[in-house]
Design a protein around this ligand. Sequence first.
Ligand code: GAL
Length: 424
Amino acid sequence: MRRGRHLVGAVIAGLALVVAACGGSDSSSDQAAQNAAPTKKLEVFSWWTSGSEDAALKELFSTFKTADPGVAITNGAVAGGGGSNAQAVLQTRLQGNNPPDSWQTHPGQAIGQYVDAGYLADLTPVENKLGDVMPKALVDAQSKDGKVYGISTGAHRGNVLWYSTKALEKAGVSEPSKDYTFDQFVADLGKLKAAGVTPLCVGAKDAFAAPQLFENTLLGVIGAEKWAALTSGKTGWDDPQVKQAAANYVRLLPYFDPDASASTWDQATKRIASGQCGFESMGDWAYGELTKAGAKEGKDFGYVPHPGTNGSFVLVVDTFVVAKNAKNSKNAMDWITSIASKDAQLAFNREKGSTPVRTDVDVSSYPQYQQEAAKSFRSDKPVWSIAHGQATSPQFQQSFYDAVTQFTQSKDVNAFVQALQSAV
Ligand code: GAL
């Protein structure tokens, strides 16, 4: 048995089937792209523009430049956490037959839409050269008919509750433990509010942030097994436990930062760093941003799994693809090879706050949080994020965003679950 290929669990393996059901690819155009004349350019497209995201991306650029010093990289990043803006721009470019050479996406249904449309180059030769170092289930989640279409840089954990030690201390709130309950969380939010401290920063100007808060609240009620049933359509969105999670989400609303809808996720995170806000439920790209802001783990901030989600790992995996008709196809293939290297993965994930997906990267030089996350990645129950487009179709993801936005205003639990159910 090849060791590295069995590390991430059955939930990921299940996802491979979804991608496998997607449409075909045209090997003659793949060949044409491979044969194109060499150029001195490369465009890399992403949504990594916050301080830590940009710093991490630059680590990938510098690994590439070491190998290909004569190639000039155009950083085509489009601002907007979670990538809603970037994905809209990307769709226009793809439809206009003007793709970036390489772009950021996620495994599962997110990459599946591009495979389905026939936009992607075959990256199997790059993957084959890597041997056994990528978890098989992850490779399967970006493959179709035995061809690999994406190479991952790192795995983020989506279900982390970050807190400011200073803000909690000011309100006389003790630091939470791993089995922090939702009721304790709400009680502590109340204490923060009573002490005049902003209880919960959300970053809802970014379209993914409130849906992600609901996602984490939902996982805290239904658990990993039911998550798989819900996202595969076996369980309906009108299930009583979904209603319970929705009712829990309503209990959080009085504690939202008054500027919630005017701040981005990274602005919210900086308020945790500076002690102006109690809590933020956010993927661990927040770890990169907290440390970039100079905040110290254990001293200025702490973290626990979002209430009720200890033992589960919400997967938000970053992956790059190459356009089948890339203008700079050789450089794009070199880029994909370089981002898969051990050095690139170690340097990139250190800045980004994520975990290297390669199983042979030694993370012992990482700070405590990232070492713990690397362990959880390999031992916790994995669940794919809906808010980041991996567990469900892009259409459902959009309906999920719309339903949560509407629900945050209406607080109407029945209308909310009906909207979700009818979007399936
Ligand atoms: C996620 C992505 C992360 C981080 C986050 C906020 O979709 O996987 O790497 O960039 O959005 O922008």
